[in-house]
Structures are given as C-alpha cells and as structure tokens.
Design a protein around this ligand. Sequence first.
Ligand code: SF4
Length: 403
Amino acid sequence: MVTCTGCALLCDDIEAIVEDNRIKETRNACRRGAARMKGCINRLQPSVSQKPADIESSIGKAAEILRNAKSPMLFGWNNSTCEAQTKGIQLAKKINAIIDDTSSYCQGLLIERILQKKFRTCSLEDIRNKADVLIYWGSDAQDSQPRHLSRFSYFPRGESRQRGYEEDRVAIAIDVRESNTAKICKGHFYRIPLKGDREFILALMEALSGKVPAYDTKNMLELASLLKKAEFGAIFVGIGLTYSIKDDLDILISLANMLPNFNIMPMVGHYNMRGFNETLFMETGFVNKVKFDEKAVHDNKYSIVEALKNKTTDAIIVVGSDPMSSLPRTVLHHLASIPVVCIDPCITMTSKIASVTIPSAASGVESGGTAVRMDGKVIVLSKIIENDYMTDEEILGRLMEAV
Ligand code: SF4
C-alpha cells in the first residue's frame, strides 16, 4: 500500500501498479488522486533566464539570486515533505529571509488556534468510530477531499456507529450554495447568504442558549436541538467559512465552547499544509508570515500578498506552488518583475515567468518522506518510482551550501 498526496486526507490504502517505471494504474484512489499519482504531463526542465541550462548552473544561479537579494522570500511548501519544509526553514534562518505559505490566505489562523489548543479536536479515526453528527461548513469535501465522507465520516461503519449513515449518523451542510456535499446531506442543508456565516453563528448561539433567534427562527431552533443531542460531533471547517469570518476566529471559538461534544477539524486542501504550519510553529510559535532576523518576527506584512503588494521582497524562491495562478492580479506585476526561482516537478504558470527553474522529484511518487494529515497525524510517504530527480530537500540542501 502507498499514500496518495492528492489532498490532505493522505489516503494510505492505495495500490499502485507500476509498469516500465511508471504508475500505470491505481486502486482505491479517487479520480483526483489517481491523476495526481500518474504525475505531470509537462515536466519542468532546468533553465536560467528561460533558456535551457544544466542543473548545476540552475542551482548556482539560484544561490546567486539569494546572495544578492536584500529581502528574499521563501514561499510554497504545501506540496513538500516535512523533511523539505524543515530544510526550507533552516535556509530561511541562514539568510534572514521571509518564509510563508498558502495558509496565510486560507486556513492558517484556524490551524494556529488548533495548535494553541483553543479548539477541541480529534483524529479522523475518532470520527469514523464515534461521530454521530457531522457538519460540513463552507466545505465541499466531495470535490476537495473526495474520500472524506466514504473513508472517515458519513458512510463507513465505526466501532460505536455500526449502522453507519442509514441510522447512526446525520450529515449537515452549511454553505452559500448547494454543493455536491450539500446534496448528500439531504434534509440538513442550510443555505446562507454570501458572507453570512457570522450572522448564522450568532443566531445559532442564541438558539443554543435557549433564546429565540430572529434569524431563520424555525431552522435555527431545529439545528440547535439536533446539535444538543449529539454524542460526538464534528465541525469540518472549510475555506468558505474561514474566508467569511476572516480574522474573527473568536466567534468560532465561542460557538465551539457552547458545543462541548463537538470537535473542530480544518478541511485542508494541499497535502502537507498542516505539516508546514506545525513545523514552523514548533520552531517559532507561528504558522506562517515569519521573517527571520536576530529572532523570528511574525507580521501580516510578511504574507506573500502583502510583501508583493508593498514591494518589500526583491527575490522569491517558490517551492511546489503556483502563486502566478492563485494570487490576486494586483500583486502579480511585482512577482513577475523580481527574480523568481521555481522548484517544482511540473511546468506551471510560475515556472513560465521564473528566472531560474529547478525540476524536483514528485513527493509521494518519486521520493518518500513524511507529511501531516489534516487532523495532525503523521503519515509516511513512499517512493514508488526510481529516477534521477533531486528531492526538494536535496535541492534546498545544495542551496544552503551555496549561499
Ligand atoms: S481523497 Fe485525497 S488523498 Fe484520498 S485518494 Fe483522493 S486525492 Fe488522494
């Protein structure tokens, strides 16, 4: 059995059939995972100034860019192993760089609060074995973590839930649209207006405390009654909810405090975002947006979006991420105007504007290591295919030596 790195569920029950040193077929993986494990169609090649180069020249030029930068940034990390992330943090410390990842504009704050133990949380196995009430809030797991409901939450039998979804479990969706997950939660879908999560939480808290909320009164009282009866509940927090409540995590903490039988679980997308957050948290006490100087400093201005908007970084190393396709247009102009080093197995929008490209092994397929599942469990990744590509960790090690 091998592990799929298609999302932060890190399914470790995958069979991979290898022929001619290629993954020909997978069993148990969802469609997204199967595509991921077959690898990228357009493989990245080493280059300098968009011209083909050998790998040594690419690494040498990348090191030169880092040496010449006044305020370098290291970004990405969510598709790298924990071992590569640790090496990246060491490199950031060595060159006094800013380090950040995609969690700075999605679920970083939620994970930080979980690591600070502000929320009750549990493992996915606890959910499979015990959970009776499941809330998908701003999360379309069916699309983003396609085996979440079938492996862990709604459909499987569990130790205390032998009758599964037919009788033992209730799945609820709270969302702005009827997603594929909401369609499964038939009869328990609560549609809210765009950015209406805060108002919904306040009304639900009123209903839980025995008051009659003015907002959607009948549905709210029904929902509160269902939640109060839960023996072991889970709220799966998607980016729909975290984007909507922004920095006001306290309101979610207040709701969680009124639901003592519920656990909070971040619905992480990238396979090892949580790994990066935990590794940096252990090193600095923060999950992202850190600048190393004499000590580690955390500030919003060290998020990739702010650093590009304010033009406070003058060179960037991007590891396993594609900011050109995911960041707002307003900051892309500065990204395209500074030296970018792209370390990735595949050609991406970012590699197309990079000053230097360095191809790497695809983790979980061409290199092994460890990663942290969305619930915090460490999962081992296997090396399935043999080839000569360097791992992210090896490339970063070479940069450490060369700067
Ligand atoms: S649910 Fe995620 S980890 Fe599991 S097989 Fe699908 S993509 Fe891979």
